[in-house]
Design a binder for this molecule. Sequence first.
Ligand code: FES
Length: 167
Amino acid sequence: MGVTRLVTITPPELDIEEKLKGIFSRHTTQRQELIPILQETQRAFRYLPAAAIKEIAVYLGLPESAVYGVSTFYARFRLKPQGKKTILVCRGTACHVRGTQKVLAELEKVLGIKAGETTADGEYTLETVACIGACALAPVITIDDEVFGKMTARKVTELLGGKTNYE
Ligand code: FES
């Protein structure tokens, strides 16, 4: 199995410029536009690229640090690239007791990343959460909106083995 390294996937600057132009055309330069602009920017790129934050600060006449401040205050904003699919691994008590650690370790191995990272090809982001609310199925993971219960390391391979380039 090859090792997949995490790289920062930055959209080309022209793409950022182009998309921001469209977003700015729908908003004034008033300070209260900051959050709606950040939301639209995140929808466009699935995260907030550093270059976009810089442009937003210029557009609104705010210090870059103020835009970062708001972006980091709200949990819904992401400063790192997000994969096309998000895998959430439950680390709640019920899942922990039933072996979530092995499932997470296998996911990290198969994807070649650590929790909190995104694969180099932008396919998957791997994250952990406190409790998904399906404790009876522990250990539980979700891939986007799909829930997979009673997970094992072997099931990880079954779930991702045929669908990824990580082998
Ligand atoms: S502890 Fe994992 S779903 Fe509740």
